[in-house]
Design a binder for this molecule. Structure first.
Ligand code: SIN
Length: 495
């Protein structure tokens, strides 16, 4: 199979790019479950953008830098912020109906923001955007969608001056291995949350893009900066259900078991401090008991309208937001680092691009500012779609595909067991507070053993390949965490 633009992943970044580039050439989207199954679907909060007269570019840039501990690439931040309003208006043109009041976009607030600048749709912004994008993509005659297709490895050739060039991917689909060749391959595979025992991310977030890219020589940067969302619902579900930061944006307070508002003395922004600060404060409080969100002062009518999804979920669990405290706990939420790209999404491998959570543009620094993730995905996918042109230069080449797709149930079961072990190791050693000595002496050797075990397996199937990806990326995270000796943003080192 051959295509112009090969998009791997079906979150906001991949679908937005597909829609735009389909005007120029044939697009193929490969996604490992259904088109709708993406991390975007889980984004409750909204999209940050400079949309109000009281706000300006400088303030949004400064909030982003401050949240990121000034470890960001300022040029990339400025680029994203300057293009923020256009990204929102493009979604409106596609049919996304953001909440409005008196004909004007309603704007909410989250941690680290000095202004109300987040456009939203109830508490299900990601789901709404994904729904519209999926509809538009399905209608498009130039877009081929391959669902339940697992991208196994990136195919490369040596090009002029022996530089590595990506020419497509190898996938597992319907129990067969296929090659798809492409002029340009785009990774938009999302995040790494599933590497951790506690996460807000869905089961697809197994770090496949980062693992595959690292295997062909892409630079992986700042991958130790895993953002832990402070307020996942503290109930035994997998993934953990998110209690959006916008709940605090609309007045909820964090309290401990004694009813103390413990954020009052932690940061000038109190409950709306950047996420790294809040997650670490909760972690400390949890040594002495549970932590809760309190929004009981708001009326039932308001809460039902503003947070319909959260209200209903809690009701099912017999938690009445107007009467009860909501138990919360931090959980792995977002990878701030990733595959290094320039402002055009280009990796250091020719014809291979990345955007969205899988990429490192430098926008997030050491800790992402809330609601900048959908924005980054949109702005950079818009930019890449503007620049890329199909070149039709690929020759049909034979790649050495494994001859058979062997199902070995014993090995599949072992992979499943190793997956659980990876999650436990990562949660224990690369979680909210890290001990560098233990990472080096205990976590890295254990993860190396798991990676080796997976490499030595004979069978080829999605379970083994996915677990292998998780082990590869986990090792990269552990090694980068060990190298960063001082606390910075969401990398917090125990003294
Ligand atoms: C949230 O609604 O709290 C999550 C939004 C985000 O991660 O930016």
């Amino acid at each position: 199979m051959q295509t112009n633009f090969l998009v791997i992943g079906s979150g906001i970044a991949g679908l937005n790019f597909a829609l735009q580039s389909a005007k120029k050439g044939k697009v193929t989207i490969v996604t490992k479950k259904k088109l709708i199954d993406s991390n975007t679907n889980f984004a409750q909060g909204g999209i940050a953008a400079v949309l109000d007269q009281t706000d300006n570019f400088e303030k949004h840039v400064e909030d982003t830098l401050k949240a990121g501990s000034y470890h960001n690439n300022k040029k990339a931040v400025e680029f994203m912020v300057r293009n923020s309003a256009e990204a929102i208006y493009r979604l409106i043109d596609l049919g996304v109906e953001f909440q409005k009041e008196n004909g004007k976009l309603s704007l909410t607030k989250e941690g680290g923001h000095s202004e109300r600048r987040i456009a939203f749709v109830g508490d299900y912004t990601g789901k709404e955007i994904e729904k519209i994008l999926v509809k538009r993509v399905r209608e498009h005659p130039n877009i081929l969608i391959l669902e339940n297709a697992f991208a196994m490895r990136l195919l490369t050739q040596k090009s002029l001056f022996q530089r590595n060039s990506c020419v497509g991917i190898q996938i597992i689909r319907k129990n067969k291995i296929e090659n798809i060749l492409a002029d340009q391959t785009i990774l938009s595979t999302g995040g790494v949350g599933q590497l951790f025992l506690q996460t807000t991310n869905p089961s697809i977030a197994t770090s496949d893009g980062i693992a595959m890219a690292s295997q062909i020589g892409c630079t992986i940067k700042d991958i130790e900066f895993i953002q832990f969302h402070p307020t996942a619902l503290n109930k035994n579900t997998s993934p953990k259900f998110l209690i959006s930061e916008t709940v605090r944006g609309e007045g909820a307070k964090l309290v401990n078991e004694k009813g103390e508002r413990f954020m009052e003395n932690v940061h000038p922004l109190k409950d709306l401090a950047p996420r790294d600060v809040v997650a670490q404060a909760i972690y400390q409080q949890q040594k002495n008991g549970q932590v809760f969100l309190d929004i009981r002062h708001k009326s039932r009518e308001y809460l039902k309208k503003r947070f319909p999804q959260i209200y209903e979920k809690l009701k099912k669990l017999k938690i009445d937001m107007t009467k009860n405290l909501i138990p919360v706990t931090p959980a792995a939420h977002y990878e701030c680092g990733g595959i290094e790209v320039d402002l055009n999404g280009q990796t250091n491998v020719k014809n291979l691009f990345a955007f969205g959570e899988v990429s490192y543009t430098g926008v997030h620094g050491a800790n992402r500012l809330a609601s900048n993730s959908l924005l980054e995905a949109l702005v950079f996918s818009n930019q890449i779609a503007k620049n890329l042109i199909p070149h039709q230069k690929i020759k049909q080449t034979k790649f050495n595909a494994p001859k058979i797709l062997r199902k070995n149930s014993k090995e599949t079961l072992l992979a499943e067991r190793l997956k659980q072990e990876i999650k436990k190791i990562m949660w224990e050693y690369a979680g909210i507070v890290r001990n560098l000595k233990r990472i080096k002496k205990e976590a890295i050797p254990r993860m190396e053993r798991i990676a080796k075990e997976l490499k030595n397996m004979n069978g080829t199937n999605q379970e083994i390949a996915e677990t292998s990806n998780m082990a590869i990326t986990s090792l990269l995270i552990l090694k980068s965490a060990y190298k960063r000796k001082k606390s910075l943003g969401c990398h917090f080192v125990e003294k």
